[in-house]
Design a binder for this molecule. Structure first.
Ligand SMILES: [Zn+2]
Length: 125
């Protein structure tokens, strides 16, 4: 999860730098990276303008990919690790509901024959 986020961030930065370099070279033909890029171009058999435009497109695509990777790590639902509190071997105690009758007003335990609750004296029937 963190590796993917880091990869996405790195791609974002690389893509952005590539894009910016391409844009700035096209705009004023002179950046810090220009001599290095011209050296690369001299080895390739493509024209400078094509290479600069490729830089921009490549940078843009890498930015989009990096962005998508970063976003996908955030939107992926986290696997919630639920620890079971019930220890193996111990059975969960079933709640007794209807075994002992209780007053519907105060919850005090009553008997079936009680007409009035012994605690709150309200009429049960
Ligand atoms: Zn009661």
């Amino acid at each position: 999860m963190r590796a993917r986020l880091a990869l996405g961030s790195i791609l974002l930065i690389i893509g952005f730098l590539t894009y910016q370099t391409g844009i700035s070279i096209i705009r004023d033909q002179n950046t810090l990276a220009t001599p290095y890029i011209n050296k690369i171009i001299s080895y390739l058999t493509i024209s400078q303008n094509v290479f600069y435009e490729l830089l921009v497109y490549f940078g843009g695509i890498v930015v989009i990919i990096g962005f998508l990777i970063s976003v996908s790590t955030m939107s992926t639902p986290k696997v919630i690790h639920v620890e079971k509190t019930i220890k193996p071997g111990s059975k969960p105690t079933p709640q007794k509901v209807s075994d002992v009758p209780s007053c519907k007003f105060c919850g005090a335990s009553i008997t079936e024959d009680d007409i009035f609750c012994p605690e709150c004296n309200k009429a049960l029937k």
